[in-house]
Each structure stands twice: as C-alpha cells, then as structure tokens.
Design a protein. Structure first.
Length: 193
C-alpha cells in the first residue's frame, strides 16, 4: 500500500523536470514558474506534516521555494530534481520543528492546537484526530518526529529516509526503533493506547 501511495505521488516525468529545471538554471523565469507550479502541491502536502498553523505552513512553502531559487545554480543535472526538492522540503520542516521546540522551551508554552483551520468539507472527527497526532508528534525531538512522519504518514521506506537525511539504512532503522520507543513512552505518560 505504501508503495502505491508513494508511486501515485511521484508520477511527474523526471526528464521533463530535468529539461524545465535546466532552463530555470539559465534564468528562464517561465521555467522557474513551471517548476514551482508543478511541485507546489507535493511540497505543500508534505509540509502540512510539520506544522499545524496555516500561516506557518504558507511561510514554510515559501521558504522551500526561496531555497530552491537560491540554490538552483548548485543543482546537478545528474541527480533527480524531485529528490533534491524533497531534501530541501524536509530540511525546512525539520528546521521549523527545531525552532518551535526551542521557542516552546524558552517561553514555556504548550503547542497551540487551536490555531489550525479546518479545511472546507473536512470531517471534524478526522481533523481532531489529526490535530491530536500532530500534538503528540510535536513533543518528540525534531529528528524523531521527521523520521516517524516520513515513514508512517508519508509511507517512505527506511532507505529513502536515510538517503534523504544523510543516514545509512541501519542507522535509520535504529533511530526509528528508538523514536517509536520514545513515542510509546510518551503515549503511556498520557494514558493513550
């Protein structure tokens, strides 16, 4: 099932990406706009896993594409653009989680679960469950949260996650084991199943 979910999200033609991104590297503004339009939905969807406030989400999406523009000259045509973009996206999400954890620690504030807007037509019960899951994940260390989010919510395998985060597959599996253990401890402290 996870492979089906992943494959349905990656139906973009890598050759077309390569062509359009190469033109954007040469300063073609229309090609850059095409890159943004083409990948905005996936970037946006993935970043919802890291934030619960619409204003933060919009800022993160914008930050991803600003980093893409800034670092586009460094992109190498021999590497898949989608992988490069996902790495930027996940790093922006991880950075956000770290900033939020630091902010909450310094301000001694709980994560704000009331600030997230409900999408039109969304099931309120599903929204509440998603908000609760995000609140619990927000209490984990940023790397634990990122790893568990990518594996369980995005359906990525450990090899993909390890490659994206710069960890070997065995290290990724070990970190996932420890992150799950910390999550179980957290759930037990909250008397959740």
């Amino acid at each position: 099932m996870a492979a089906l979910l992943l494959s349905s999200r990656t139906t973009k033609d890598p050759d077309e990406d390569h062509r359009v991104v190469a033109l954007a590297q040469q300063g073609n503004r229309a090609s850059l706009e095409t890159v943004v339009a083409r990948h905005h939905p996936e970037v946006s969807r993935l970043l919802w896993r890291f934030t619960r406030r619409p204003a933060d989400h919009a800022d993160l999406v914008q930050e991803v594409f600003l980093r893409v523009v800034r670092h586009l000259p460094a992109w190498q045509p021999d590497q898949p653009f989608l992988h490069w973009l996902r790495r930027i996206t996940v790093n922006v999400g991880r950075d956000f989680c770290r900033r939020e954890a630091t902010r909450r620690r310094w301000l001694d504030q709980p994560d704000d679960t009331t600030a997230e807007a409900i999408a039109p037509g969304a099931d309120p019960a599903a929204h509440a469950a998603a908000a609760e899951a995000k609140a619990i994940l927000a209490e984990l260390a940023p790397d634990d949260r990122t790893l568990l989010t990518l594996h369980y919510l995005e359906g990525w395998d450990f090899a993909q996650i390890g490659e994206l985060l710069g960890w070997s597959r065995p290290v990724t599996k070990l970190r996932a084991f420890r992150a799950r253990r910390r999550l179980r401890t957290l759930l037990a402290e909250k008397n959740l199943p």
